[in-house]
Ligand binder design. Sequence first.
Ligand code: SAH
Length: 224
Amino acid sequence: MPNFVKKNLDVIDEFKHKGKREQLVQLLREKGIDDENVLQAINKVPRHLFMDSAFEEFAYKDQAFPIAADQTISHPFTVAKQSSLLHIHPNDKVLEVGTGSGYQTAVLVEMGADVYTIERQKELFDFSQRIFRKIKIRPKYATYGDGYKGLPSFAPFDRIIVTAGSPTIPKTLLKQLAIGGIMVIPIGQKNQMMTTFLRVGDRDFEKMEFGDCQFVPMLERTEK
Ligand code: SAH
């Protein structure tokens, strides 16, 4: 267990954190996020519990931060942007690839989605499970595995969100999208383009692009 996990399990959500979250929500509004469901979820989820408590005072700034296993918790703006692009309705069945800290998962669960999430790093998978239990966030299903494969036994999904940069378009994931469903994914090598695919038919997808972004790479197979 990474050291900070033990510490984080003792940290609590206090009044001062709530105040900082409200300021963050205001900032996200100014940056153009207008999906109220997303903003309310960000207002509720204690982001500081998903990061090393050494960074607690920065948890509600619009910054990415290192988590375990050389990965990062995305900028709140990125989380808000990807969540908005999904156009979530209550009980939408959402596949998330790259649980990481679990922060994005928690935001989607707060938005009312039924979330199925996959993480390839065992250390992060274990960390996210502990935090979910602590703050009583319940994804429908969380697993340690290779997200390139998706979760065929649970497909089709209404929505798919990939939170790591994929060098190419993962066809296996597109196949697991319901007709009428949306996938949001950063596509590219070093820098990526935030991209959505709307499945309009069995073989037809409408692609849209939403600007440059930078994510850690989506990698194949799992790591202990
Ligand atoms: N949504 C996360 C972002 C974490 S960074 C958060 O809010 O904290 C991206 C994550 O994707 C990393 O944890 C990385 O290990 C994971 N990842 C990369 N490739 C993957 C794959 N093929 N399957 C599952 N997870 C993957």
